[in-house]
Design a protein around this ligand. Sequence first.
Ligand code: HPA
Length: 283
Amino acid sequence: MELYDQVLEAVQAIQTRTSLKPEVGVILGSGLGDLATEIAEPAIVPYTDIPHFARSTVIGHAGRLIIGLLENVPVVAMQGRFHLYEGYPLQVLTLPVRVMRQLGAHTLIVTNAAGGVNPAYRPGDFMLIRDHINMPGLAGANPLLGPNDERFGERFPALANAYSAQLRALAHSIAASSPEIMLHEGVYTMVGGPNYETGAELRFLRAVGTDAVGMSTVPEVIVARHAGMQVLGLSLITNTATGNETGEVNHAEVLAAADAVRPGFAALVRGIVREIPRLTTTS
Ligand code: HPA
């Protein structure tokens, strides 16, 4: 079956559970899934009930799609995302973004847990993604590989301004009114994982301009931009990853850092979502 028809089947299955037309898609990263419980009047659809959806295999990722109202804005949220390191083909991993688009979402908020490569970043800080470096993509692992289906988007999408300047300005204005939120802006580099980086790799990533490093997000952003969605990317810095520290990062530490900033994260995302319908342009 063609990917396009898989997307339509998934959409049909979801639409038997809710008639809400979401405007905003939200992907909740490692340890950040709790925000989904703040969605009002939710239709909760486990990934296992949606045809062609993969399964979440990672601790900290629940595996449910939640459609409802956040700040009175209709949203569709992924509580639990898929990663390249889980072994999913990138077309499978990104299928939910195409489903969100087909359900009606014109904006994607994509969040993740990331290591702070910029030495000024501290665990618990946030970083708006201004731009990205796609390490797997530069080496040939891209969700758009293969024949292009024009029903999704064009063959050679531009990514020069992938992360909406308007949405970044909005996020800064929300963060400015919350003194507990430290919001940086920088370059996110995706690595394949699942191992954390060596010291030499981290120094390499810094040298090429990385501010934060993580194992997700970029494939979803590519597919969202291919589909004409506007994108906001938000990293939670869970650990320092400068290549110079002695201690080693682990997944429990990443989840604990996410836990500690949960209220600030929720306030930031809610504040952004609240204002999205008021934005004038769509890119
Ligand atoms: N490296 C890669 N991915 C991550 C990290 C890291 O240090 N922290 C959270 N996700």
